[in-house]
Ligand binder design. Structure first.
Ligand SMILES: O=P(O)(O)OC[C@H]1O[C@H](OP(=O)(O)OP(=O)(O)O)[C@H](O)[C@@H]1O
Ligand SMILES: O=C(O)c1cc(=O)[nH]c(=O)[nH]1
Length: 181
């Protein structure tokens, strides 16, 4: 039920489809469609559904932490952390900055996790997985053990294969096909 509701919300609010490839992606490529998941992750019902469904996906792996590359991953990490606490199984959120801070503690990762923590890397959309893998690399540099990459939508444009090359699996709530159909 929650999955069907989230799918309906994404189709209604996030899916932008054009006749021509007018949407510029993070990779620089142009696409005929764009899934704007910020329309979901900045909405109270959307953030609840994402938190609940993503928590259900991640929970079997028993991670200590959940987070990813700012900005897409941030609301996902916070909502999973909130839901996990309500479930009596707290998972700590963290944020990977695009670049390490140049002042203060000069950290790239913000949070309270210790070296050796097992973490789930989350993402809103995976296209090439370049953003997810940037987060994976930062996590590994911080001494975390990454257990997998978990996203809301897999655009199926090579991300899964790129993630596998790093010895990890991609888990998604939806693939682009079921949103476009
Ligand atoms: O799999 P990839 O090819 O890396 O593309 C997907 C990334 O692109 C978008 O982020 P964007 O770069 O627009 O940044 P933002 O989250 O800060 O808006 C999205 O949130 C993913 O992080
Ligand atoms: O590849 C991307 O940058 C991208 C694609 C998409 O559909 N949605 C998004 O937020 N980013």
């Amino acid at each position: 039920m929650e999955r069907e509701r989230l799918k309906a919300l994404i189709k209604e609010r996030s899916l932008n489809v054009a006749d021509e490839p007018i949407f510029k992606l993070s990779s620089g490529k142009l696409s005929r469609y764009y899934v704007d998941l910020k329309r979901i992750t900045f909405d109270p019902e959307g953030i609840y559904l994402v938190g609940k469904l993503m928590y259900d996906l991640i929970k079997p792996f028993s991670p200590d932490g959940v987070g990813g590359l700012t900005l897409g991953a941030d609301p996902i990490a916070y909502s999973v952390a909130f839901i996990s606490y309500m479930d009596g199984n707290p998972i700590k959120p963290f944020v990977v900055r695009k670049e390490a801070k140049e002042h203060g503690m000069k950290r790239q990762i913000e949070g309270v996790l210790q070296e050796g923590s097992r973490v789930a890397v989350v993402e809103d959309v995976v296209t090439t997985a370049s953003s997810s893998l940037k987060a994976v690399k930062a996590c590994r540099n911080a001494g975390f053990e990454v257990i997998g990459v978990f996203c809301i939508v897999d655009r199926k444009e090579g991300g899964r294969e790129a993630i596998r090359e790093q010895g990890l699996e991609l888990y998604s709530l939806f693939s682009i096909d079921e949103l476009l159909s």
